[in-house]
Design a protein around this ligand. Structure first.
Ligand SMILES: O=C(CO)COP(=O)(O)O
Ligand SMILES: O=C[C@H](O)COP(=O)(O)O
Ligand SMILES: [Zn+2]
Ligand SMILES: [Zn+2]
Length: 309
């Protein structure tokens, strides 16, 4: 099976109230860990590549690794550009064979975001590629911010509907209180589900995307800290909130930080417990296994996209 777009995956996810995991990939072990879990759980996958990942791994290598994953697993896999910052990088990835790109022009004024997104959509659609865009600012919002500050940063539901209509974009990343990285909330985790419901109601059947959706699993934070790390106070999105989002029109859930933490925790532990070892296959292998089990947990217990095939 060749790489697929997310069209069919999202439509099934929407109807079934589950979500597809979009995992950031940077090297072979990360890809293998994710794909091995998905293969065993019969789950589709979105493997996403950031500009930083392309720079780190070299675009040709990454693409070949993802193609190898498709060939080896036989799974429906989407190759997606994460946070494309310009028309040019989106075009480059489309020409390179990506089946999905994100144009993230969310930091531009509304009309400009529309114009840039529309241009990407026109090119992508002419090549059979789907597009994700973003509206709103993905930022950690403190507990004590007032309503007007929240309104300024979070996605405006009416604007979201207008944006989708004017751009023809295939999916939309929204801001309801998540943020990237391991420090998402200072106090109680809080997402604006009322806003999500309003957005979903204005666009029935339309696939929404949640960035910054790692849970920052405490077991990995603890392992990192136990074996020489120093990441105090890390906190992510509780799993029940992700399940709720998936039942309210969120079809794509982005996960990077949890992969980083699982890999780092396992490598720290392995190196610390085996001080005489200098064979990378041992600690990278243990990192890969940690990723596999973490991703399996997400697929089965959080995303609900197992037994998809
Ligand atoms: O949104 C993401 C990638 O686009 C990843 O979010 P996390 O940092 O929560 O894993
Ligand atoms: O959204 C950001 C992703 O976690 C990718 O991060 P990166 O740009 O460091 O590769
Ligand atoms: Zn953004
Ligand atoms: Zn993101």
């Amino acid at each position: 099976m060749p790489l697929v777009t997310s069209k069919e995956l999202f439509s099934r996810a929407y109807d079934g109230n589950f979500a597809i995991g979009a995992f950031n990939v940077n090297n072979m072990e990360i890809i293998q860990g994710i794909v091995d879990a998905a293969k065993e759980e019969k789950a589709p996958l979105i493997l996403q590549v950031s500009a930083g990942a392309r720079k780190y791994a070299n675009p040709t290598y990454l693409k070949k690794l993802v193609e190898a994953a498709v060939e080896d697993s036989g799974l429906p896999i989407v190759l997606h550009l994460d946070h494309g910052e310009s028309y040019d990088i989106c075009k480059q990835c489309i020409d390179d064979g990506f089946t999905s790109v994100m144009i993230d022009a969310s930091h531009h004024p509304f009309e400009e975001n529309i114009a840039i997104t529309k241009k990407v959509v026109e090119y992508a659609h002419s090549k059979g590629v789907v597009v994700e865009a973003e509206l709103g600012r993905l930022a950690g919002i403190e507990d004590d911010v007032n309503v007007s500050e929240k309104d300024a940063a979070y996605t405006n539901p009416e604007q979201a509907a207008e944006f989708v209509k004017k751009t023809g974009v295939d999916s939309l990343a929204i801001a309801i209180g998540t943020s990237h990285g391991a420090y998402k909330f200072k106090g109680e985790p809080q997402l604006d589900f009322e806003r999500l419901q309003k957005i979903a109601k204005l666009m029935p059947g339309y696939p929404l995307v949640l960035h910054g959706a790692s849970t920052v699993l405490p077991e990995f934070v603890e392992l990192c800290n136990k074996f020489g790390g120093d990441i105090p106070g890390a906190q992510g999105v509780p799993e029940e909130m992700l399940r709720k989002a998936a039942s309210l029109g969120v079809c794509k859930i982005n996960i990077d930080t949890d992969l980083r933490l699982a890999l780092t925790a396992a490598i720290r532990k392995s190196l610390s417990e085996n001080p005489g070892n200098f064979d990378p296959r041992k600690y990278l292998g243990e990192g890969r296994t940690a990723i596999k089990e973490m991703v399996r947990h997400k697929i089965v217990n959080v995303l609900g996209c197992n037994n998809f095939l």
